[in-house]
Design a protein around this ligand. Structure first.
Ligand SMILES: Cc1cc2nc3c(=O)[nH]c(=O)nc-3n(C[C@H](O)[C@H](O)[C@H](O)COP(=O)(O)O)c2cc1C
Length: 285
């Protein structure tokens, strides 16, 4: 999978047609799920693929303001509850999103507004938690509904063809050495592995496109910092972080970089973080 290209071209779709994804492609998605990289490989995760008939059960349980984006199919990720399981679900979910993107299939993450009710509606027993829901299928007539955020109470969808949602750039997303210090990554060659990974991280989808995280380039480490915001709840914040780690790692690790992967630990250093920000982990270059 060419993660860099897929990550920079992907965007959420909110107008799906009724056209179903072929059994071949669904089989390819299941195979990919069985073998795709994970952030925390020890956590057991199951994938359900639901059809359009699940819309009624998902209705009012998922989506911004409980407004379901209807699609021909939905991925539901069920996970054992363990340390970093939501980041892991975000990471795996985005692997699946990019796999579908590669197949020419559109996607949209959907926030889980009422997990217990969703579990009940899907007749799920057992200890696993419903960690993620992703709508997927084919776009309807090339219309992308664009997200607009006026205030927490005013989130609206505008139908507009072919427009991408703006994302933070590398100078806005990255610092060198400590919080607030101007970065030097954007001076790298755009073909450089590190540059591509950092650009891919900037393109990560996030809840309401708020991108509540920053990255600090500290010598041989890229340190991921979460920034608490009032609109993103803890579950979506952790999904966001997993998605961002997937974009970064996917854009480097499948090339011959020799980079060593994410460690969900805090380096012993004062990054002069503002209140409400905390280190999630670091990528060892
Ligand atoms: C954790 C998470 C939850 C999301 N929930 C919803 C949702 O409930 N409804 C929706 O329309 N989009 C949802 N999105 C999609 C984001 O709004 C979208 O990724 C963001 O606006 C950036 O746009 P893009 O994906 O086109 O780059 C969600 C994204 C993430 C990562």
């Amino acid at each position: 999978m060419d993660v860099f290209t897929l990550a920079t071209n992907r965007r959420s779709n909110r107008e799906f047609s009724k056209r179903e994804v072929s059994a071949d492609n669904l089989g390819g998605l299941k195979d990919y799920f069985a073998s795709c990289p994970r952030l925390v490989p020890d956590i057991d995760v199951e994938m359900l693929i639901l059809g359009e008939d699940a819309s009624e059960r998902l209705n009012a349980c998922v989506g911004y303001h409980r407004f379901l984006i209807k699609a021909a199919h939905y991925i539901v990720l069920l996970s054992d509850v363990d340390e970093h399981y939501m980041e892991n679900a975000g990471y795996i979910g985005e692997e699946l999103v990019l796999k579908l993107t590669e197949m020419g299939i559109q996607t949209c993450w959907e926030t889980i507004a009422d997990g217990p009710l969703l579990k009940k509606r899907l007749n799920l027993s057992g200890d696993k938690s419903v960690a993620a829901v992703i709508a997927f299928g084919y776009e309807d007539a090339g219309l992308f509904a664009r997200l607009g955020i006026k205030s927490p109470a005013e989130i609206f969808l505008k139908k507009k063809p072919g427009t991408a949602v703006p994302k933070l750039t590398i100078p806005q997303m990255f610092y060198d050495d400590e919080w607030g210090k101007a970065e030097t990554i954007s001076a790298l060659d755009p073909d450089d592995d590190l540059y591509r990974a950092c650009a891919a991280a900037c393109y990560a989808p996030s809840f309401l496109n708020l991108q509540p995280f920053r990255l600090i380039h500290d010598g041989d480490k890229i340190v991921l910092v979460a920034v608490l915001d009032e609109m993103t709840d803890a579950a979506d914040a952790r999904l966001n972080l997993g998605i961002t780690m997937m974009h970064f790692e996917g854009a480097v690790s499948r090339q011959s970089s020799g980079f060593q992967g994410w460690k969900l630990e805090t380096p012993d250093k004062d990054y002069k973080l503002p209140d409400g920000a905390y280190v999630v982990g670091y990528y060892q270059l």
